[in-house]
Structure formats: structure tokens, C-alpha cells
Design a protein around this ligand. Structure first.
Ligand SMILES: [Zn+2]
Ligand SMILES: [Zn+2]
Length: 141
């Protein structure tokens, strides 16, 4: 495993974040995000609040994949033991948590905004400049 911090920060030390509610992508300074004082983050776009862990873009809950137990036997033989099902074919929904490194792509325009309330800088998609932005740290608009 490589060092995760540098993997998910850009050259200026910003950490990629993604709102778990509206999927807005933004960035916060890694030092701020990793700070013990910061427990929750507010989405700068929709203003909803969640644990900062939920804003990590590289941890994705993929859409449920429908697989049959026969598929499981072939692809994931160890799962057979976990489920302990023999014979009958049943449908099982699997939620797969993957490490999605591709989500750190930089193909959207980001603007650096200074949140005066908390004296912290964030980066957010330029389109969000049109309206007011919620401060990810205190939720103030
Ligand atoms: Zn949001
Ligand atoms: Zn603030």
C-alpha cells in the first residue's frame, strides 16, 4: 500500500471530497480535513452535514450487483462457505465497497474559495460560484 494522503491530495495539498448526498465534488485542505477538530463536514453545495468520512470520494458504495449463487461459487469460492448454501439457486444482492482511484480525476474546473468564517480555503467546482457556498467546516452560507 502506498501513502494514502499524498495519493488523494493534489499538488497544493488539497484533499478530494465528494458529498454523499448530492455528489458534489470539492476539495478541502488535507491538514484541515484530517484535523481532530473537524468531525463533520457540510457540503458546500447542498449544505447537508455528515461525518467527514462519508465525504471520501475513493470509498464508493457501488450499485448493488445482482449475482446468483452459481456465479458466487465460480468467482468467489470463499463466499460459499460464508453463505453456507448448497444446491438451490438464489438471488443475492451484494454491495461492493471498492477503492475507486479513478474518481480523483481532475476534469472539472475548481476554484479556490476562502471561507472567511473559518479562515480556511476550499476548492469547489466553478459553477458553484453562482450562488452562495456553504462553509464545509461550520455550515455558514
Ligand atoms: Zn451536497
Ligand atoms: Zn466556516
Amino acid at each position: 500500500m502506498e501513502t494514502r494522503d499524498s495519493e488523494h491530495t493534489d499538488k497544493e495539498g488539497y484533499y478530494s471530497l465528494e458529498c454523499p448526498f448530492c455528489s458534489e465534488q470539492f476539495k478541502g485542505f488535507a491538514r484541515d480535513i484530517n484535523s481532530k477538530e473537524v468531525i463533520d463536514l457540510f457540503c458546500p453545495s447542498c449544505g447537508l452535514c455528515s461525518y467527514k468520512e462519508n465525504f471520501q470520494p475513493h470509498i464508493k458504495l457501488e450499485k448493488p450487483v445482482k449475482v446468483t449463487l452459481n456465479d458466487l461459487r465460480e468467482k468467489l469460492p470463499t463466499l460459499k462457505r460464508v453463505y453456507g448454501v448448497e444446491g438451490k439457486e438464489q438471488k443475492t444482492e451484494l454491495y461492493k465497497v471498492t477503492s475507486n482511484l479513478e474518481s480523483t480525476q481532475e476534469n472539472y474546473n475548481l476554484e479556490t474559495i476562502e471561507m472567511i468564517c473559518c479562515n480556511r480555503k476550499i476548492k469547489i467546482g466553478a459553477k458553484e460560484k453562482r450562488t452562495s457556498v456553504f462553509c464545509p467546516y461550520c455550515g455558514v452560507k
